[in-house]
Design a protein around this ligand. Sequence first.
Ligand SMILES: C[S@@+](CC[C@H](N)C(=O)[O-])C[C@H]1O[C@@H](n2cnc3c(N)ncnc32)[C@H](O)[C@@H]1O
Length: 232
Amino acid sequence: MVGVFRAADIDFGTPNLGAVDRFLRGEELTEEELGDVDSFRKNCIKYVSILTKPSPHTDFFTDFQRYLMPQYNDLFKEKLKDQKIIEIGPAINPIYNTLRENYSIASYVAVEPFCMGMTKGSLNHSIKEDDFARVEAEETDGLSYLLTQPDESAITMSFGVLNRELVKGSVDVTEFYYRFLAKEIHRVTPQDGISIHLYNECGLISVDKVFERVGFQVEKTRSTNGIIAHKN
Ligand SMILES: C[S@@+](CC[C@H](N)C(=O)[O-])C[C@H]1O[C@@H](n2cnc3c(N)ncnc32)[C@H](O)[C@@H]1O
């Protein structure tokens, strides 16, 4: 493993990357190895939390409406119905209204570590009073939030978050963060459920491979850059 393991005042020491790799491939680990994985994962979270540029004024999510909804409407109707939805990184564009109006979702959580003021502003502006009970906003990063969630409890989506250029530091650390994130997404996704992600493909990290490696069957979206990951 190459890369910058000492940056942003985080000392990664000598991480047990063998254990991390086996953890990410779903193998059994000893207590000690699980401890090594946990401390490396905490450092990755710290690293990404310090070095991510927020870039809130984007509208990746409109590609969901423009391209994905016409193509995958029946799939979304089936898979999103009565589900809790976790949106990672909504910034100024939470997708809640679109989902509520079209897919009978049960509840929605916006997970946004950097521009929660904007997210809450958009939600408060656009949602109706009787929606408040089923809409939440959590000011933390996606991985930290997912780690608190039960198995098979929610459908996760993100628009413009898995962009390598969002993180200013090491490609390796960013990739590990995304691999840990994908593993947690897989764990919280219900059996036969899906997870939806649109992003900028920048060539350094292959998001579809990252999701495949944790057990998803990945369908690359047409017309826009993204994946629909199926947990079969
Ligand atoms: C390019 S913006 C996309 C905003 C919006 N989803 C859209 O459709 O345009 C990326 C968003 O992801 C958030 N973000 C970056 N890293 C994150 C992480 N690890 N967990 C959750 N959100 C993150 C940023 O704060 C920012 O709001």
